[in-house]
Design a protein around this ligand. Structure first.
Ligand code: CMC
Length: 389
């Protein structure tokens, strides 16, 4: 009884009002708090964008300096968190480790449960943005059996992350400003994307008024899934399989015959070029200037050219999405595929937290509790086991 609209996957149901991110999928527009992503990627930096997402407006000089200072000085995590992470199996997936350790932070900061207190909300937001690269880098070092590297608060956000991953002395690229800038831009591009699966998870869990660490841990779980955070890895596998440009026509025929999908193409919302893909293409050039060109870039570019001229893709409005080129950059920087989604999670953290903050201040919000359309039996008579068997 009672009316229910059947909308699996909430394809046509708005679950909230939000003033954070605007997308026009037909025109290929993405804006954070009204600012076009192209301008932010070119002229801002990740921590300024994080401030914008969380606070709703750009910082003054004093606000920016205070924000960067706060984030920088919260990058360390409690030694017991380190011990907790060291307890994972040698082959633990870094996303599993990240999800668990972010969830565990709620036990280190029990006051985070007082979500009605604005100062308390602020400090937890700062902590999470600050500690995410530390936890992500340690999960990576764990898989390699290498000692964890502590944060260096003299470094910028992206630089510090690279230093904890690779240790400046071990990496050819970690200190290069072009690599640092490219990583910062990738974080900006991933920072928010309105009500995607993981953000919806953060809001849904957050609507129970749990602490933000538990809500964000749920978001990390959602991002872990291959339909959400894992597509860039699939693109890379596809490009490797195609191998050289001469194999592209046969591959495209296979896609058109429905044998497989062209990974990194198509989007539920964008029916035009994903604006993030354009920016990543440019970042590829900058990164490859340092690392040397990833030989698969040629295959990707040719594949894109052929697909964009082919009637199958034109008719269905299939264009490259954010994942088409990002995996090539990550591979050139020597990240193993399991780390790709961790990079996504670090970038998405300010977006998750901005959405959580908006949720906590929204008087119209109720606990997330969708309806269902019941399809099972009713009114059966229970027969005890000894009479049934
Ligand atoms: N290759 C070949 N055909 C495709 C593709 C593709 N990548 N994407 C969609 N189509 C076809 C599909 O077969 C269908 O054709 P028809 O009308 O003949 O049945 C039509 O286009 C519409 O597809 P759909 O599956 O109804 O579209 P959707 O909005 O449900 O799916 C998508 C969107 C992203 C899941 C899909 O385009 C896809 O699987 N792409 C490849 C995976 C990928 O790159 N995912 C990353 C998404 S961006 C990351 C993020 O923001 O989270």
């Amino acid at each position: 009884p009672g009316l229910a609209t059947y909308d699996p996957g909430f394809v046509n149901t708005a679950s909230c009002r939000s003033a954070i991110t605007y997308i026009d999928g037909d025109k290929g527009i993405l804006e954070y708090r009204g600012y076009p992503i192209e301008q932010l990627a070119e002229k801002s930096n990740f921590l300024e964008v994080a401030y914008l997402l969380i606070h709703g407006e750009l910082p003054t000089r004093e606000q920016y300096d205070a924000w960067v200072h706060e984030i920088t000085y919260h990058t360390f995590v409690h030694e017991n968190v380190k011990g907790f992470m060291e307890g994972f199996r040698y082959d633990a997936h870094p996303m599993g480790m990240l999800m668990a350790s972010v969830g565990a932070l709620s036990t280190f900061y029990p006051e985070s449960a007082r979500i009605e207190d604005p100062e308390n909300r602020h400090i937890q937001i700062v902590r999470m943005i600050a500690k995410m690269p530390t936890l992500g880098a340690w999960a990576f070092r764990h898989a390699q059996g290498k000692p964890y590297v502590y944060p260096d608060n003299e470094l910028s956000y992206a630089e510090n992350f690279l230093s904890m991953l690779f240790k400046m002395s071990e990496s050819k690229y970690a200190g290069d400003p072009r690599i640092v800038k490219a990583l910062d831009v990738l974080f900006i591009l991933h920072a928010d994307h309105e009500q995607n699966c993981s953000t919806n998870a953060v809001r849904s869990v957050g609507s129970s008024q749990v602490d933000p660490y538990s809500a964000v841990a749920a978001g990390i779980g959602a991002l872990f899934g291959p339909l959400h955070g894992g597509a860039n890895e699939a693109v890379l596998r596809m490009l490797r399989r195609i191998g050289t440009k001469d194999n592209i026509p046969a591959f495209i025929e296979g896609v058109k015959n429905g044998e497989e999908r062209l990974m990194g193409f198509g989007h539920r919302v964008y029916k035009n070029y994903d604006p993030r893909a354009k920016i990543i293409k440019k970042a590829c050039d900058d990164v490859f200037e340092v690392t040397g060109v990833n030989p698969l870039l040629e295959v990707a570019q040719e594949l894109e050219k052929i697909a964009l001229e082919d009637e199958y893709f034109v008719k269905r409005r299939l264009y490259p999405n954010v994942d088409f080129y990002s995996g090539l950059i990550y591979e050139a920087l020597e990240f193993p595929p399991e780390m790709f989604t961790v990079l996504f999670a670090i970038g998405r953290t300010p977006g998750w937290l901005a959405q959580w903050l908006e949720l906590t201040g929204d008087k119209e919000q109720k606990i997330a509790r969708p309806k269902q359309i019941y399809t099972g039996d009713r009114g059966l008579t229970f027969v005890p086991a000894e009479e049934r068997w």
